[in-house]
Design a protein around this ligand. Structure first.
Ligand code: UN1
Length: 526
């Protein structure tokens, strides 16, 4: 996903007018060792509504390395007990957590829309994703399977078991403010690890809500800790702390590279979920209405601020014109506004820096790339829009796959449509980016669908559905510069949050040397 934003302490509205309602804004706390505490700095940053920056949601601790050190120490101490709690018991707490999230779903969704902007339906989906991962992972508490396997020697037993890793740092983005933290948190604690969470400065409230729910569910003190603040003041000390054994990060490829470098000297485990430049291929035999529906949802859902967003649509020349006409018509008609209004179809952009970055790409599309701007392309500033961060749904057509707008992740409501002549060409275009998260094909031809499934080098692939909408019991992640070989969610997340231990039990009563004493066994009569 796109760059981390310097989103701290906005004191002006989008319009430049002085902020209001500051006095009434609630002050939130860090959560360390089971206690809600202020930062040692005594300072706070603001959390404002991106649809209306006059709306100040709250003040969150501007923490520093000392807060991080306290949280890590708490997690380190709690780890010694938590790792010994039987996994099915840890899972019981998680089932309770799921129930709490269900009860609070509507409140959490509304608060999420207020702090992040995505429309209510999507915020409900975000909380639902947290609920899903909660129940799915809790079920693993009674599995957490290892293996038993025959030994090569007689009277010897062999098996492998999972061990927790230790203290985990969980550094999460603003676009899925509860789902992504939950994807990481649930398997981490189910496996017996303890965690320190550092949410994005744009969306600390949703992680606060999640952590509060953990407390209510009975997660013991120190197992889950929360420290809010910037990447440099909290993220860096966290990922370089010697007692942190694993860093789980979702964010931009640029920051991900820094996380990877920070983890390397002490060989911390690190999993990185980063950018995407996902493609929908529309073949000449596709159900076009369905393809247009998918491209609208995949391209403009969450205002395009998903690492899975369908930012490129590669369309067969035979249906190109027809698809484009329908697609542009639908994009132009999308109702943009405050996500709290149920009629809104596309919400705001997260913050000013991101608006500027998206507008910059639109300029490149228009001038440098010389792609055909079919609709959108502007910031919305009239009326109530002036108080938020809104950009029109934007479509570029007749794009060449090498254009900047077809190569770089824009992380906004900007979709490039690219013509193609064949399935082979579409696949080649689809794969020819530095990312490899998600891809999709619309076709009625099963052979084409299977060929694309085999050939697309992405971690996620869809047939007759857009590139967004991953479910929590399947592995999530991507190839190339999208990730570093790990997968989140699904049972695959257990690989991340555990270390394997191979165990051998020799009950022969004598020394048996592997690889050496097996020779005499080969004398078995044939
Ligand atoms: C992301 O964009 O960072 O598959 C995560 C999806 C969602 C998750 C997206 N379930 O679009």
């Amino acid at each position: 996903m796109a760059k981390a934003k310097p989103a701290i302490a906005r004191t002006k509205t989008a319009k430049g007018a002085p902020a209001i309602r500051t006095a009434a804004a609630p002050r939130f706390s860090n959560y360390i060792n089971g206690e809600w505490v202020p930062s040692v700095t005594g300072e706070y940053f603001e959390n404002r509504n991106p649809a209306d920056t006059r709306d100040l949601i709250g003040l969150f601790p501007k923490s520093n390395a000392e807060d991080v050190a306290r949280a890590v120490a708490a997690a380190r101490e709690a780890y010694e007990k938590w790792r010994l709690v039987p996994a099915p018991k840890r899972a019981e707490i998680m089932f309770r957590l799921g129930e709490i999230l269900i009860r609070r779903k509507e409140t959490f969704a509304r608060e999420m829309t207020r702090e992040m902007g995505k429309i209510l339906k999507e915020s409900r989906g975000d909380v639902q994703e947290a609920i899903d991962i909660c129940y799915f992972t809790a079920g693993e508490g009674r599995r957490l399977y290892g293996q038993t396997t025959p030994s090569e020697l007689p009277n010897k037993f062999a098996m492998s078991v999972r061990m927790p890793v230790g203290v985990c740092a969980i550094i999460t983005p603003w676009n899925f403010p509860m789902a992504i933290p939950a994807w990481k948190l649930m398997p981490a604690i189910l496996c017996g690890n303890t965690v320190v969470m550092k949410p994005a400065t744009d969306t600390p409230l949703s992680v606060y809500n999640l952590v509060k729910a953990c407390e209510e569910a009975g997660v013991p003190p120190g197992v889950v800790n929360l420290v809010t603040g910037s990447g440099s003041s909290v993220g860096t000390p966290l990922m370089t702390h010697p007692d942190v054994r694993l860093v789980s990060f979702t964010g931009s490829t640029e920051v991900g590279r820094k996380v990877s470098e920070a983890c390397a000297p002490s060989f911390k485990k690190c999993n990185l979920e980063m950018g995407g430049k996902n493609v929908i291929i529309v073949m000449d035999d596709a159900n076009l209405d369905l393809a247009v529906d998918g491209a609208i949802w995949g391209g403009f859902g969450t205002s395009g601020q998903r690492c899975t967003a369908s930012s490129r649509i590669v369309v067969h020349k035979k249906v190109y014109k027809k698809f484009l006409t329908q697609f542009v018509e639908r994009a132009r008609a999308l109702r943009v506004g405050n996500g709290l209004d149920e009629r809104t179809e596309m919400g705001p952009i997260i913050n000013e820096a991101q608006v500027q970055s998206i507008l910059h790409y639109i300029e490149i599309g228009k001038n440098q790339d010389r792609a055909k701007l079919m609709c959108g392309g502007n910031r919305l500033t009239h009326g109530e829009y002036a108080y938020g961060y809104f950009i029109e749904p934007t479509v570029f057509a007749d794009c060449h796959p090498d254009m900047v707008i077809c190569q770089e992740e824009i992380f906004g409501p900007v979709v490039s449509v690219i013509p193609c002549n064949s399935l082979e060409e579409a696949i080649q275009i689809g794969n020819n980016v530095r990312y490899g998260l998600s891809s999709a094909i619309y076709t009625q031809d099963i052979n084409k669908a299977f060929i694309a499934m085999r050939e697309m080098y992405t971690g996620i692939f869809y047939v007759n559905a857009p590139t967004i909408g991953a479910e929590t019991h399947l592995p999530f992640g991507g190839t190339k510069e999208t990730g570093n070989g790990h997968r989140e969610a699904g049972v695959q997340a257990l690989e991340l949050f555990t270390e394997w231990k191979a165990v051998y039990i020799d009950y022969s009563g004598r020394l048996q040397r592997a690889q050496i004493d097996t020779a005499e066994l080969s004398a078995i009569p044939s």
